[in-house]
Design a protein around this ligand. Structure first.
Ligand code: HEC
Ligand code: HEC
Ligand code: HEC
Length: 141
């Protein structure tokens, strides 16, 4: 009886807390707008990314509209040292929502998490097109 009361009390606190905290707000992207309307992006970004991947890898179609690399240009921030924070680091754009929703994704095991930084690029000829390093360094073959 008493235990039940305690448990239902805790549940009410939990529900109230969720209502107050609500869904997370990721840091705002750069620029005026996203590559699609915000509502659409919120709901369908994973479809766009997967579609873009299939177009590129299976059909050789290269556009940049839904490219993963493009996302980084607008959705990364710099730390106090002026270094880019990985977009999947704690508190950063992709991670804020995915943590909240328990989304696990392996994309960043191969794909870069910070934007192009020309000073880091080795001579183009030294990089095998499509290799792991070319993905990390954002070099399109
Ligand atoms: C095992 C490594 C690996 C993993 C994991 C991986 N990719 Fe890729 N991805 C690649 C390679 C290799 C290419 C081809 C690169 C090229 O030809 O430019 C590619 C290409 C792409 C492209 C097209 C290029 C671009 O940026 O427009 C997209 C989009 C993409 N992947 C999205 C994803 C997403 C989303 C995930 C996670 C669900 C993912 N990838 C996981 C290796 C990987
Ligand atoms: C030109 C800059 C730009 C690019 C490129 C870009 N975004 Fe955005 N994105 C924004 C801005 C700005 C907003 C916020 C718009 C608003 O508040 O209405 C946004 C919003 C979003 C949202 C909704 C966030 C929320 O608060 O609910 C998602 C998800 C998103 N972008 C994912 C992506 C993905 C995935 C890519 C790459 C395929 C991408 N964006 C490319 C600028 C960009
Ligand atoms: C506004 C919140 C939000 C933001 C910001 C966001 N995501 Fe997501 N993402 C989600 C949710 C929620 C899901 C799970 C949707 C589902 O399971 O139907 C998801 C799922 C995904 C998936 C599919 C995972 C899988 O393998 O099924 C990919 C890929 C993905 N997100 C990529 C990204 C990338 C890359 C970024 C940053 C550029 C990003 N997301 C930013 C909310 C977000």
């Amino acid at each position: 009886m008493r235990a039940a009361a305690v448990i239902s009390g805790l549940l009410m606190v939990a529900v109230a807390w969720t209502a107050v905290a609500g869904p997370p707000t990721p840091p705002r992207g750069k620029g005026e707008q996203c590559v699609e309307p915000t509502e659409v992006m919120r709901r369908d970004h994973m479809q766009f990314l997967k579609h873009q991947r299939d177009e590129t890898m299976h059909r050789g179609i290269r556009t940049t509209k839904h490219s993963l690399i493009e996302c980084l240009e607008c959705h990364t921030r710099k730390d106090e040292m002026g270094q880019f924070r990985p977009v999947n680091a704690e508190g950063e754009f992709c991670q804020v929502c995915h943590d909240y929703s328990g989304v696990k994704m392996d994309c960043f095991e191969c794909h870069a998490t910070t934007p192009r930084q020309p000073k880091n690029l080795p001579p183009r000829a030294a990089v095998e097109p499509g290799s792991d390093i070319s993905l990390r360094l954002h070099i399109a073959p």
